[in-house]
Write a protein that binds this ligand. Structure first.
Ligand code: FE2
Ligand code: FE2
Length: 239
């Protein structure tokens, strides 16, 4: 991989998925803000670009022979199936686990740790947004992309859609991803980068660990949609 600071974070993450670890550890947005050049993304995250380049140079070669993201060239139908099964499934499973855990920890420690109540409110808003968002993807956008791919493979006419171009619902989904990314960032700040206090009980620790895993998974999920699935669907429609 030839790395220049003009390359976008998205391009770097797709070419070498091992770099995602570097981006995560330094708070560099590679999903919602993946279209920014590396230099600009570093500036926003307040990290010297030279440090990022050094860390990227040290990343281990990926298990993929090409080094590329394993989903970069997959069929869109299989990528969609992966997103729905793995990532939408994870969101649903973790929301039903973390909401009661947040309530429990908030009730117990909310008086001395008022940030827990704010985190609970933000997480509840995030969950509601995500449920509605995933429903739209699963019921409208993803089936349309699957039909688009099938039509292009079969050389048949593009499917008709009430929304006109696929770019319309995609623009909406991108905006919702930005909102979700913003809520996640607020949760991370309130939770002090998910570092529990020294004297935290096991539930408190489990909660912060769960929230951090939730964030990591959502970043990967949004990366697959923003940086691989959606651009390829737009390309397919244009072609
Ligand atoms: Fe999704
Ligand atoms: Fe999405």
């Amino acid at each position: 991989m030839t790395l220049t600071t003009e390359k976008t974070v998205r391009e770097i993450a797709i070419e070498n998925p091992a770099t995602v670890r570097v981006f995560e550890s330094l708070g560099i947005d590679y999903c919602c803000g993946g279209r920014r050049p590396l230099s600009e993304a570093c500036e926003r995250a307040n990290v010297p670009v030279t440090q990022v380049l050094e860390l990227i140079a040290k990343t281990q070669p990926d298990s993929q022979p090409s080094g590329k993201d394993e989903w970069a060239d997959a069929t869109l139908a299989s990528l969609i199936e992966h997103i729905v099964t793995r990532h939408h499934g994870f969101v649903r499973q973790e929301v039903s686990r973390l909401e009661p855990l947040l309530a429990k920890v908030g009730n117990k420690h909310g008086d001395t740790r008022p940030e827990l109540r704010s985190i609970q409110e933000l997480f509840s808003a995030l969950s509601q947004e995500l449920m509605a968002h995933m429903f739209k993807e699963e019921q409208v956008l993803f089936p349309y992309i699957q039909k688009l791919e099938a039509a292009s493979r079969g050389g048949s006419q593009l499917p008709g859609a009430c929304f006109g171009s696929v770019e319309m619902p995609i623009a909406r989904m991108l905006a919702e991803h930005d909102d979700a990314g913003e809520l996640l960032a607020q949760i991370r700040t309130l939770a002090g980068d998910f570092q529990p206090p020294e004297d935290a009980c096991p539930s408190f620790r489990g909660l912060y660990h769960g929230l951090q895993e939730f964030e990591r998974d959502l970043h990967r999920h949004i990366h697959l949609e923003n940086n691989i699935l959606f651009p390829r669907a737009v390309e397919l429609e244009r072609a």
